[in-house]
Design a protein around this ligand. Structure first.
Ligand code: HPA
Length: 235
């Protein structure tokens, strides 16, 4: 049996799965960093791969953009395919003025303007947080490598184009360092399935300076983040 959106055999995924939004990023990660790679699913071109990194089994699968899409794929990965560690790897817009393009951001928690988690939580505000042990593992590795990484609270928005100046000021006042579109949903879904989740991002845009990376520069920063994340996961 397969799921509605993943046409892989039940044992096709490793316990640890990287989750980029873009399926072509999943392909890029699989081809660039993994060995013995198999493409395990391609429904709607949402590509998923399983291979090995430094001898350890790792999967990587696109999730699409936004919380509904990310939660759909991560739920099927957890519920039907037994994935236990889900690491979103993506890009974000900087809210914290000291962040520079290409900086790496790790989200220990995610606020949101989405209603998704409230619907699962009887209208109450769910505290969408990364799994402490997974966060600790990655931060231990980051510290050991003396890598330059910002750790903080991010904001998962439903609307890429709704960042008025007043909202930027409010996010800054509440200590939010970056904006993206998936983490809050992923963290709540992982909690529901007793899985571990984390979000690692590179800064592709700055809401403060209105700078944006072009496609080639995005790829270079992205690769550095992926290598750091994979090394931390197998450390
Ligand atoms: N807003 C929301 N999500 C994003 C952004 C942004 O500016 N940049 C990359 N992902």
């Amino acid at each position: 049996m397969t799921t509605p959106h993943i046409n892989a055999p039940r044992d096709a995924f490793a316990a640890t799965c990287l989750l980029p939004g873009d399926p072509l990023r999943a392909k890029f990660i699989a081809e660039t960093f993994l060995e013995d790679v198999t493409c395990v699913t391609s429904v709607r071109n949402m590509l998923g791969f399983t291979g090995h990194y430094k001898g350890q089994p790792i999967s990587v699968m696109g999730t699409g953009m936004g919380m509904p899409s990310c939660v759909l794929y991560s739920t099927e990965l957890m519920e039907f395919y037994g994935v236990q560690r889900l690491v979103r790897v993506g890009s974000c817009g900087a809210v914290e003025p000291s962040l520079r393009l290409n900086d790496i951001v790790i989200a220990h928690a995610a606020s949101t303007d989405s209603n998704m988690n409230r619907k699962h939580f009887a209208g109450m505000d769910y505290s969408a947080a990364a799994s402490p042990r997974l966060l600790q593992r990655v931060l231990n590795y980051v510290d050991q490598q003396k890598a330059n990484v910002a750790v903080g609270q991010i904001f998962s928005t439903d609307n890429f184009y709704s960042a008025p100046v007043e909202q930027l000021k409010l996010l800054q006042a509440m200590g939010i360092i970056a904006v993206e579109m998936e983490a809050a949903g992923l963290y709540a879904a992982a909690a529901k399935y007793k899985a571990q989740a984390l979000t690692v991002l590179t800064v592709s845009d700055s809401l403060v300076t209105d700078e944006h990376l072009d496609a080639a520069a995005r790829e270079a920063g992205f690769s550095q983040m992926i290598e750091l994340t994979l090394d931390a996961l197998v450390s």
